[in-house]
Design a protein around this ligand. Structure first.
Ligand code: KIV
Length: 267
């Protein structure tokens, strides 16, 4: 094992030493290798796969087979980062036995070290069942995209006192159930701060301000690859889409004008 391997224990250690945790998504081996070489602590094979790779309108159609396929690919590219597989819609919502069997597939077949589940109090029994099988669980509350139809859209959550208190309660219940960290998606930064302070495990923010124990973003957004829309909380650090468009156009031009392939690129 890589001696710098990031493990489930490092989440708590970083919280205790006030070190920030870095997480990004990956869906294939090449991107996973790049993130791993960049010393990103944890890689989430997110069900955002559905939107940024597979072209679905939401994460709801994503299947276990698709997630498993991409989790295996990511795992092949990683030596240091902690790999977490996102459990897709209806792979755990109906019953404990589904949750445990599907989580086990991610660990046993996919090589993931943990799974992520969306939801609060309602999924506590599911989380406990998966943990009882020896599989670490990452929680996810706030904007939970698999429930977009119930939430009425991709909106900031926890703005009212009532809904904020409900999220704090959910976070405490998830911690008590045994999750090693909680993703807080699209919540006001003051609420994220309150939740972060109330927990002994780290929060990982996405659109939740700077006080969380760590941050996660979708890598396709970070590098400017996914161009359908850019949420307010995303900071684009590169414009890969433009670079690819320019490369494609140069290739087309050079092939059509006989510039490529030249002697340097021929045998
Ligand atoms: O699916 C995903 O990529 C996620 C993160 C953005 C938290 O759930």
């Amino acid at each position: 094992m890589n001696k710098n391997k990031f493990t489930v224990l490092d989440f708590k250690r970083k919280k205790e030493s006030s070190e920030k945790i870095t997480m990004l998504t990956a869906y294939d081996c090449t991107m996973a290798r790049i993130l791993d070489a960049g010393d990103i602590d944890a890689i989430l094979v997110g069900d955002s796969l559905g939107m940024v790779v597979l072209g679905y309108e939401s994460t709801i159609p994503v299947t276990m087979e698709e997630m498993l396929h991409h989790t295996k690919a990511v795992k092949r590219g990683v030596t240091r980062a902690f790999v977490i597989a996102d459990m897709p819609f209806m792979s755990y919502q109906a019953a404990d036995v589904d949750g445990v069997r599907n989580a086990a597939k991610f660990v046993k077949e996919g090589g993931a070290e943990a799974v992520k589940l969306e939801g609060g109090a309602e999924i506590v029994p599911r989380i406990k069942a998966i943990l009882a099988a020896g599989i670490p669980v990452l929680g996810h509350i706030g904007l939970t995209p698999q429930s977009v139809n119930k939430l009425g859209g991709y909106k900031v959550q926890g703005r009212s006192e009532d809904s904020g208190e409900k999220l704090l309660k959910s976070a405490l219940l998830l911690e008590e159930a045994g999750v090693f960290a909680i993703v807080l998606e699209c919540v006001p930064k003051s609420l994220a701060r309150t939740i972060t302070k109330a927990l002994t495990i780290p929060t990982i923010g996405i659109g939740a301000g700077a006080d969380c124990g760590g941050q996660i973003l979708v890598t396709h957004d970070v590098v400017g690859y996914y161009d359908k829309f850019k949420p307010k909380f995303v900071k684009q650090y590169a414009k890969i889409n433009t670079a690819i468009t320019e490369a494609v156009s140069s290739f087309k031009h050079e092939v059509e004008t006989g510039v490529f392939p030249d002697d340097e690129h021929s045998f």
